[in-house]
Design a binder for this molecule. Structure first.
Ligand SMILES: [Zn+2]
Ligand SMILES: [Zn+2]
Length: 333
């Protein structure tokens, strides 16, 4: 305690003697100002976003660069390689600017008073420092927080553009090794930078070989058509088309044809890379590989590429065809 008070005394002494000298600066010298907070909001932290925080129901104002730390932390495992975290930071920054109303963005569609919200099914996920402390634990929190803050800072002000416009930087957890999917397969419209690209880099991704089982009645109810063949043990179900990446494009069920995307939605499958078998007790067991819609950046693949020595620019340009990594058009900070 003694050294603490000694330290305080020295600090007070310095403040009394030195600060007035600094404030009353000599003519021609710039006045000395000290930062009042460890993370001051300033022009270098980018434009201010109005963020609807789902957990509190409040709209909070945050400078973009500070907001991004909570996004990258929520959207990607902190254990990932720094270059993968940087790629995620640039994608998240691009997404946020597409929402920012003062930049001509759409705002959050569910919460019109905000630019963006923290619900990943509406905008993109974000976690507060308190939530991150809980997720990582007190011991790992400082290290992970610093690692992610560095990834954001190293890419400050950079976004992904195609033909000088911000892209829609969609991403998914893991393609499961088949590569990414053409955008039109999932959403109907082709997008020039969301094309199928190979990806053999996913390293120990979760959700490889996940299984979900249904009774015949439940499957028929969910698919909206009878699946059992009455006279045999087989199912009246066949894959009739595959996408460029090799996922299920179309599935014939009885007299009906459903897209793989629709089957995934109706059955709640992790991906459209699936097969099935009949179990001995007469249930239909679906096995899926990968996790997510498979369009755009593959997060586990990005981590694999980073471990092979690729930087965040190369990673983004692999998953988003023909894009540039640059400051956002019309803004500099
Ligand atoms: Zn939203
Ligand atoms: Zn992948």
């Amino acid at each position: 305690m003694r050294s603490f008070f000694a330290g305080v005394f020295v600090f007070v002494l310095l403040a009394v003697l030195v600060l007035p000298a600094a404030i009353v600066s000599l003519p021609g010298e710039a006045p000395v100002t000290a930062p009042t907070s460890p993370e001051p909001a300033g022009a270098d932290e980018g434009p201010v976003l109005k963020v609807f925080v789902a957990t509190s129901g409040q709209v909070e104002e945050m400078p973009l660069e500070r907001y991004l730390i909570g996004v990258v932390a929520a959207e990607m495992p902190a254990e990932f390689h720094p270059e993968a975290l940087k790629a995620q930071a640039v994608a998240a920054r691009t997404y946020a600017l597409r929402r920012l109303k003062s930049y001509g963005g759409s705002g959050c569609l569910k919460h019109p008073e905000a630019d963006i919200c923290t619900d990943p099914t509406c905008c993109q996920a974000w976690m507060s420092d308190a939530e991150l402390r809980q997720r990582w634990g007190l011991f790992s929190y400082p290290h992970y927080r610093e690692k992610i803050a560095e990834a954001v800072a190293a890419t400050r002000g950079l976004v992904v553009t195609y033909d000088h416009e911000l892209i829609d930087p969609v991403y998914h957890a893991s393609c499961g090794g088949l590569g990414t999917e053409d955008a039109e397969v999932v959403w109907g419209n082709p997008v020039p930078y969301l094309r199928h690209v190979e990806c053999t880099y996913d390293e120990n991704p979760p959700h490889m070989g996940d299984q979900v089982e249904f009774t015949l009645a439940e499957l028929a109810r969910r698919l909206g058509v009878e699946v059992a063949v009455p006279t045999s043990k087989g199912l009246d179900m066949a894959i009739v088309g595959r996408t460029r990446s090799g996922r299920v494009k179309d599935l014939r069920v009885g007299q009906m044809t459903l897209s793989g995307v629709e089957v995934r939605r109706r059955l709640g499958l992790n991906s459209t890379n699936f097969n099935w078998r009949l179990s001995e007790d007469g249930k239909v067991v679906f096995t899926t590989y990968g996790n997510g819609h498979a369009v755009g950046l593959c997060q586990y693949g990005a981590n694999g590429l980073a471990k092979q020595g690729k930087n965040f620019r190369a990673i983004l340009q692999h998953y988003y065809t023909g894009v540039d990594i640059s400051p956002p058009p019309g803004v500099s900070y």
